[in-house]
Design a protein around this ligand. Structure first.
Ligand SMILES: C[S@@+](CC[C@H](N)C(=O)[O-])C[C@H]1O[C@@H](n2cnc3c(N)ncnc32)[C@H](O)[C@@H]1O
Length: 258
């Protein structure tokens, strides 16, 4: 009974929003949504869905709960060092420009980190970064570009000094960095992928997906990269048998398309 209620909820959400909750790990997703449903006083998911349709605020709360927007600048800094000292120099040797996609970029910390890092190698006018997320609220925050100090703790101090100004208690990212990112809404589990990327950064979102969904996504990322291009994943997201997707490991958490 309870399962049927949740399965019907999944169907209705898919019809209404295009978001397929069945492609996310069920136990985790169900736990998060059940706690929100109960907090908001709905006895079952059927009532909760009707509530969401009537009340956009509840729909936004649902989105917040299912998406988990936590992010930081230069998250896992040792990996960003590898990106800076090994991956970017190799990519630039092969091609003067880097076409880059930050997929599931949340509130912007990741694509802005990329832009700041690229500025060490080339003029900002040559930086090409598309940043996408499912959650329009997160994208709106990314475009605003205001951050708490704690999200900057792993960012290199020279870049913080150069590209942020204090707007107490927040830090605002400079317009010159903002300008180089093309933010767009995009559902990785449903929307088409662009091609010919040199670098795709997709971190800390695959952990929420089922094995089947992940498997399909790795194939799609591989198809979207040029040979020699790189997929940079999160620090718990090692790919099992990368050869099956025409990837080889270039460094820990970096996969080169062969
Ligand atoms: C934990 S954040 C990761 C942010 C950033 N990549 C990082 O590593 O710091 C996960 C993001 O994935 C997004 N997301 C979840 N499902 C998605 C989907 N199907 N398509 C695109 N983005 C999705 C969420 O909205 C959320 O902003």
């Amino acid at each position: 009974m309870e399962d049927k209620d949740f399965l019907q909820f999944i169907e209705k959400v898919k019809k209404k929003t295009g978001i397929d909750l069945a492609l996310y790990k069920e136990a985790q997703m169900k736990r998060r949504l059940t706690s929100l449903r109960m907090k908001r006083g709905f006895n079952d998911f059927s009532g909760f869905f009707e509530g969401m349709v009537k009340n956009p605020e509840l729909f936004n709360e649902f989105l917040d709960r299912m998406t988990i927007n936590v992010s930081e600048f230069f998250r896992n800094p040792s990996r960003w060092k590898v990106l800076e000292t090994k991956i970017i120099p190799r990519l630039l040797k092969e091609k003067g420009k880097i076409k880059c996609w930050s997929a599931a970029c949340s509130t912007g910390e990741e694509p802005y980190s990329l832009a700041m890092l690229f500025s060490r190698f080339m003029p900002l006018s040559q930086v090409d970064i598309t940043a996408t997320d499912l959650d329009e609220g997160a994208i709106a925050k990314a475009k605003r570009g205001l951050y708490a100090e704690r999200s900057l703790q792993d960012a290199p101090p020279d870049l913080v000094n150069k590209y942020f100004r204090k707007e107490p208690p927040m830090f605002a990212i400079s317009d010159e960095i903002k300008r180089v990112i093309k933010f767009k809404k995009h559902n990785m589990l449903a929307d088409p992928f662009d091609k010919n990327y040199d670098l795709i950064v997709c971190r800390n979102v695959m952990i929420y997906f089922t094995e089947e969904a992940k498997n399909e996504l790795y194939h799609k990322f591989s198809d979207s990269l040029r040979p020699g291009g790189v997929l940079f994943v999160g620090s718990t997201e090692q790919i099992f048998q990368p050869q099956q997707y025409r990837f080889e490991s270039e460094d820990t958490f970096f996969y080169k398309k062969v």
